[in-house]
Write a protein that binds this ligand. Structure first.
Ligand SMILES: Cc1ncc(COP(=O)(O)O)c(C=O)c1O
Length: 413
């Protein structure tokens, strides 16, 4: 049968390559003029500073919130695990990949997050995608925040469940959706983040808990940017909102941010985790986390539990940054208590120009976030704070931004 399909046998002729090139050309002028902010090589651990082009720069672009990546005790734990077990688990945990460190880490996460059990996977992103893609079936509904992370929306594309989104943090809209739909579905899963990664705001988790209880839904909270960060001891949303252990059904977290390693975890009831251990495709059909990572992450949680001075220092730095930014007239979006403290710039070119000139001329890294990561005309500089930053570094960075902003704002049209 005749059709109008044009056969493509060279990737360079594909729609995907064409769309990518259109996106690149939309930014090409800025990249050419100001330099490329992507794939910058850092030749060191990312702490308050890092090494770029053999120079020490002030780094406000890392997720090493508590400075645990590069911490001597955490490094040592990784090295000890390598000496004993090598660099790979060398198999799915179900078959040959299980090491004692995996279960030790999962028990530690469960204790830390006040759940009965936990499961550790090799990537944070893939943890969300495989869980969201497989937890619900065609009789279920998934309700999610409009600006939820891409790893969740990728899972939604895989899931057989219906899904609907509600406006950002709009728990009243969520409640209306739940009321309207509760009797039409078996399970309703509500998916939100603890702290949102582009605006730095804390979600109204207490309201979500109320709704999930009142209407009998499941609640999943992605704690990528809240675990280890909010709450007096960095306990995350449970501690911050003073929740009961089972108020949240699925506490998801990444090990790549405050915990200074890599991977994802799902923490919840014994039976849920038992089910996932034997059925979650992204766990069963994937290698176990490397023993070095399991050992390092276990040590990171032990450090957070024994001493909350890093968490306190991080929280102090957040307050300093937000207060000092506001004093200088900057809009810090919704940031208040989280380490992601964006400064709204609006114009994309200005954001590129500020970011690149501060990096190359002032030795300060504050990465730009532009469309499609954020809405059009809402470009921002995404400062991330860590416990290693010093007050003087924060003030210096904001002084430089203020100076550069006034210098450039009329130049860029
Ligand atoms: C909210 C959120 N969830 C999940 C992830 C994925 O985590 P990872 O980078 O550890 O794969 C990220 C990454 O930035 C994130 O911001």
């Amino acid at each position: 049968m005749e059709n109008n399909i044009k056969r493509i046998d060279n990737f360079d002729d594909s729609r995907e390559w064409e769309a990518f090139n259109q996106r690149v050309s939309a930014h090409a002028e800025y990249l050419e003029k100001y330099g490329n902010p992507y794939f910058i090589e850092h030749d060191s651990v990312l702490k308050d500073t890092s090494i770029v082009d053999n120079k020490e720069i002030l780094n406000f672009g890392s997720y090493n919130y508590l400075g645990l990546s590069g911490d001597p005790e955490v490094n040592q734990a990784a090295k000890d695990a390598i000496d004993k077990y090598g660099t790979s688990a060398s198999g799915s945990r179900l078959l040959t990949g299980e090491r004692p460190l995996h279960r030790e880490l999962e028990r530690k996460i469960a204790e830390w997050k006040h759940t009965e059990d936990a499961l550790v996977l090799v990537g944070g992103n893939s943890t969300n995608t495989t869980f969201i893609g497989n937890f619900c079936n065609e009789n279920d509904l998934i309700l999610y925040d409009l600006i939820i992370h891409s790893s969740i929306t990728e899972g939604l594309r895989m899931s057989k469940a219906k899904s609907k989104r509600f406006s950002h943090n709009d728990y009243e809209m969520l409640e209306r959706l739940v009321k309207k739909n509760r009797d039409k579905y078996e399970k309703i899963l509500i998916v939100v983040e603890g702290v949102y990664s582009m605006d730095g705001d804390i979600a109204p988790i207490d309201e979500y808990v109320r709704i999930k209880k009142e209407y009998g839904c499941f609640l999943m909270v992605d704690e990528a940017h809240s675990a280890g960060v909010i709450g007096e001891h960095g306990g995350g949303v449970d501690e911050y909102f003073n929740l009961n252990p089972d108020d949240i059904d699925i506490k998801m977290g990444t090990m790549s941010k405050a915990l200074g390693t890599v991977g994802g975890y799902l923490a919840g009831s014994k039976n849920l985790i038992e089910y996932l251990r034997f059925n979650l495709p992204g766990f069963v059909f994937s290698v176990g986390a490397s023993p070095a990572i399991a050992g390092a992450c276990l040590k990171s949680i032990e450090i957070i539990q024994r001493d909350n001075s890093r968490v306190k220092k991080l929280q102090e730095n957040i307050t300093t940054f937000v207060e000092e930014a506001k004093k200088r007239g900057f809009d810090t979006c919704l940031a208040e208590f989280s380490p992601i403290t964006p400064i709204m710039i609006g114009d994309e070119e200005l954001a590129f120009k500020l970011s690149m000139s501060m990096l190359y001329e002032d030795g300060i890294l504050a990465p730009p976030a532009v469309y499609p990561a954020v809405p059009q005309k809402r470009a921002r500089l995404r400062y991330c704070l860590t416990s290693d930053h010093k007050k003087e570094q924060i003030i210096h960075a904001l002084d430089v931004l203020e100076k550069r902003y006034h210098e450039f704002k009329n130049e860029v049209k």
